[in-house]
Design a protein around this ligand. Structure first.
Ligand SMILES: *[C@@H]1O[C@H](CO)[C@@H](O)[C@H](O)[C@H]1NC(C)=O
Ligand SMILES: *[C@@H]1O[C@H](CO)[C@@H](O)[C@H](O)[C@H]1NC(C)=O
Ligand SMILES: *[C@@H]1O[C@H](CO)[C@@H](O)[C@H](O)[C@H]1NC(C)=O
Ligand SMILES: *[C@@H]1O[C@H](CO)[C@@H](O)[C@H](O)[C@H]1NC(C)=O
Ligand SMILES: *[C@@H]1O[C@H](CO)[C@@H](O)[C@H](O)[C@H]1NC(C)=O
Length: 456
């Protein structure tokens, strides 16, 4: 049953309360999946178009990184559905935020983390892998991904823990003293994908370096395939912030999948990584959803997921879904859960005036959890698109197998990105700014020290 939008709006008030609407989905039917995905994407873009900063393409209210991750989600949506209606907005936002071809635009770069930037790079490599339309006069998608790589690997930090990417980039930031899973796993994945796309072994060497280094820390415990969210420089990366998040696991799984394929399956460590980490990802399919429905267990049961956390299931689903095209034999391992998750997610989309706004607790199934927003839409869109991947049944292109996006290994190297930003040249009129900065630095330091004491 798919009600037209005006009818849904008309009936929404009464029916939504009873959970009678929701999105109709037959998960085994391609047309049904496409139609559901379109409904969810359209609502997501209504939020995007209605933002206060709508005059700045790609910039969302109160967050910069989610623009990149939303475009990444929309690029896969386009690939599996062929629906081009959002392409203009995606291109506009991606190019507008490209900075010096490195997704490190000076408006925001002063307070970004490596993880924020890498998501835009992952969006760009996704575009390259699927021959997403490029615009004349703009840098190629793969070169934008290379620009992110080129600005990130010089930040590899050996001053503590013998290596690793810090979470945040500048010493005055709270997260400067932390090394975390998503920053390292993100660059690991980006490097692995660049290796497969371009065939350039420099990227593969970096991917392997990041994986191997992670395995010397709590960020990737190969003994039991556990991924800690973060660890701190002050303890030489021996302490561990143990919150468990879907996207941390999926970013390492995905990178290992690309490396498996890049190495032609000759190195067993990558397939072992994929399987080992998928096994421990079973914690994200709790009994409340019959061990089949994806859940960010650290926040969902408590109902306190923040807007970032609400999006994580989108990336998990996208990356795990695409993985099945490059690691033969993994379809049966993951699709029973991706299918059940999509069905449950669609049932969760029964909220709001129109009766199709999605909540986030898919394990609740038919009962809308009364939350709604762009992030909820993104999460559901991710799992619906993932279920369309087997229908598309095509692996990501590489430069040798039909990929048309042109490599530029030097992209982003002419950028000012790695110079510490001049935030406060102290002169008349700048004193307030300097005061704020000192405050942030001192607060950040206090927070970090407190955390180290607690964490140690
Ligand atoms: C940077 O900020 C200015 C002022 O708000 C805005 O006009 C411009 O579009 C922004 N640029 C980016 C890349 O967001
Ligand atoms: C994988 O196999 C292809 C085709 O035989 C070969 O060209 C390529 O060099 C191999 N890759 C690696 C990393 O060994
Ligand atoms: C790599 O992916 C291709 C699909 O592009 C697949 O045919 C091939 O079997 C994969 N290689 C390995 C070693 O799994
Ligand atoms: C491979 O990548 C490295 C690192 O960006 C670069 O220096 C080198 O020129 C690239 N090689 C080719 C053949 O593109
Ligand atoms: C580097 O940037 C400067 C200033 O934007 C520009 O003049 C120069 O042509 C650029 N060089 C390259 C190699 O792109």
């Amino acid at each position: 049953m798919i009600l037209s939008k005006w009818l849904a709006t008309l009936l929404g008030g009464t029916l939504a309360a009873q959970g009678a609407l929701a999105i109709d989905l037959t998960v085994t039917d391609e047309a049904s999946l496409k139609s559901a995905a379109k409904t969810v994407a359209t609502t997501m873009m209504d939020y995007y178009n209605g933002r206060a900063t709508a005059n700045i393409p790609g910039k969302m209210d109160g967050t910069w990184w989610e623009g990149g991750s939303m475009f990444m989600t929309l690029i896969l949506y386009w690939w599996v559905t062929g629906d081009t209606q959002f392409n203009a907005a995606v291109q506009e936002g991606m190019y507008f935020q490209k900075g010096d071809d490195d997704f490190f635009p000076s408006n925001y770069s002063q307070y970004l983390g490596n993880d924020d930037q890498v998501f835009w790079g992952l969006a760009a490599i996704t575009a390259a892998e699927f021959n997403y339309p490029e615009k004349d006069g703009e840098p190629s998608w793969v070169s934008l991904a290379q620009g992110v790589f080129n600005t990130q690997y010089p930040r590899w930090d050996t001053s503590s823990c013998h290596g690793g990417m810090r979470w945040q980039i500048w010493p005055y930031q709270n997260g400067y003293l932390t090394k975390n899973a998503i920053s390292n796993g993100g660059l690991f994945q980006l490097s692995a994908r660049l290796a497969l796309y371009t065939g350039n072994k420099t990227y593969a060497e970096w991917a392997e370096r990041i994986w191997d280094w992670s395995a010397t820390t709590p960020l990737l415990k190969q003994k039991n395939w556990n991924i800690a969210d973060s660890t701190t420089c002050g303890t030489q990366c021996t302490d561990h912030g143990d919150f468990q998040w879907t996207y941390n696991y999926a970013t390492y799984i995905s990178g290992a999948a690309y490396m498996h394929n890049y190495t032609n399956g000759t190195e067993t460590k990558w397939k072992e990584g994929v399987e080992g980490l998928y096994k421990t990802s079973q914690q994200f399919f709790p009994t409340s959803g019959g061990n089949l429905i994806l859940s960010d267990i650290t926040c969902e049961p408590l109902g306190n997921c923040d807007r970032n956390q609400i999006t994580f299931k989108s990336y998990f689903s996208n990356w795990i879904g695409v993985m099945t095209t490059i690691v033969p034999g993994t379809y049966d391992m993951v699709f029973p859960q991706l299918k059940a998750s999509a069905e449950a997610a669609a049932k969760q989309c029964s909220g709001g005036d129109d009766g199709v706004k999605c909540g986030i607790r898919w394990t609740k199934q038919a009962e809308w959890d009364k939350s709604s927003g762009l992030e909820q839409q993104m999460a559901v869109l991710g799992v619906l698109s993932a279920n369309l991947v087997p229908f598309k049944n095509k692996a990501p292109f590489t430069a040798d197998s039909g990929g048309t996006s042109k490599s530029n290994p030097n992209a982003g190297t002419n950028s000012s990105a790695n110079k510490v930003p001049v935030l406060n040249t102290i002169g008349t009129g700048d004193k307030a700014g300097a005061g704020v900065l000192t405050f942030i630095f001192v607060t950040g330091w206090a927070v970090a020290v407190t955390w180290m004491i607690r964490g140690g």
